[in-house]
Design a protein around this ligand. Structure first.
Ligand code: FMN
Length: 146
């Protein structure tokens, strides 16, 4: 068993709704918990950005299953690398929707880690995606503590 991190981005379908996101979250939490996968799923500007941490074979199988999901399209693999430890260890999968957070703080984060004013992961390096997602966790935790 080797511990790996996989990052990808994709485009949500135009009529993606709250119930789709809820279903994705529920399935992800259930499946990932039993598969030993942790990570974060971010959705905003019609884009998904997801990090999966876990056994290489299992995250690879999970990625291929996700890629076939009709609720998004054009997945782009950003990185799949060995890691020493998990960064998102407390979450089997948490979905953070950018519109639920303070819009100015989100835009500042996007500006900090990319050359764009909207979330465009395909223009970001894997390290920028990782930094952005870690900073997003902090914003999310700050928002949830109120
Ligand atoms: C953007 C996106 C992210 C997803 N992330 C996960 C995930 O982390 N884990 C997972 O099991 N399913 C995830 N899914 C759902 C899978 O595509 C699939 O619907 C689900 O794994 C099927 O689960 P089931 O066989 O238990 O019904 C995701 C779907 C989308 C569109």
């Amino acid at each position: 068993m080797s511990l790996y991190r996989l990052i990808y981005s994709s485009y949500g379908i135009p009529d993606l709704g709250y119930h789709d996101l809820k279903d994705i979250m529920e399935k992800s939490e259930k499946n990932n918990q039993s598969d030993g996968i942790t990570g974060l799923l971010c959705y905003g500007d019609s884009i998904f950005l997801q990090i999966l941490e876990g056994d290489r074979t299992i995250i690879s199988q999970t990625y291929h299953r996700i890629a076939l999901d009709q609720r998004h399209h054009t997945p782009e693999l950003i990185e799949c690398v060995p890691i020493e430890s998990r960064l998102f260890g407390i979450w089997s999968m948490k979905a953070v929707t950018l519109s639920d957070l303070n819009s100015e703080e989100v835009r500042n984060l996007i500006l900090k880690y990319s050359a764009s004013i909207t979330l465009q992961p395909h223009t970001m390096t894997s390290q920028q995606c990782l930094n952005f997602m870690q900073a997003l966790v902090k914003l999310y935790e700050k928002a949830s503590s109120f």
